[in-house]
Design a protein around this ligand. Sequence first.
Ligand SMILES: [Zn+2]
Length: 293
Amino acid sequence: MALLAANPALFAAVAGLVGLAIGSFLNVVIHRLPLMLERQWRAQAAEIEGRAAAAGGETYNLVVPRSRCPACQVLIRGIHNIPVLSWIALRGRCAACRAPIPVRYPLVELITALAFAAVAWHFGFGLSAVLALIFTAYLVALTGIDVDRQLLPDILTIPLMWIGILASLWYVDGQAAPPAALRDAVIGAVAGYVFLWLVFQLFKLATGKEGMGYGDFKLFAAIGAWLGWQMLPLVLLLAAAVGAVVGIAMMAASRLGRGVPIPFGPYLAGAAWIALLWGPDIVAGYLGFAGLR
Ligand SMILES: [Zn+2]
């Protein structure tokens, strides 16, 4: 512990390695959590309609069963489950049937590792770093699920918000977020939800379409709880900027027609992560500019 505190580079390296392993777990979360929710919803629907629940009640959660190749059903051996390295060693193919393994698996691991290392380097050893790592892991999982399913599950967004508010009890005056000050966190959570809800209602009034999902409001509320309300305008600005660039690029590549819903969650998550690291500097600038500080 003392060694990690005294040696920022070592702390960043260790966080990067931990990030590889966490990224591997987040791959499982991104793949399985939506399937687990779907099973739950089917069971509930069956119960409401008085049907017997469908058979095939074998355990399915984040731990059980062990991972199999989706093509040949062979169990994936431990040696072939090492983050990033296994994918490179196997040249992106299943060891048994040579079916291609999507590049997103090592990509999620790599992104998590780099993000973890950056957070550790930025905050240094301490409570802020630990909290920021938890926040980062949630953002990666939410991004992956939203890209796949256009879904930001309550089971992730709501606890994320509560953890952010709870952590603010440990705020020390004058220190950087996370945790945010209790007052800033509570106002941030409420303002985040209400603001996007209002945008949603106005957009619906103006166009008759639904431009976002309720998951986006909850994610924005969680971001407000973690970073404090002062960060919300910046996060929205960054999300819109990145979203516009990516959206235009995808339309130009004609992979996406007009009117196809683009998930907003990944942009919010990416913007929140940027604000987590560099937001205080940017906000100090604009609050000063507006004469509010
Ligand atoms: Zn296979």
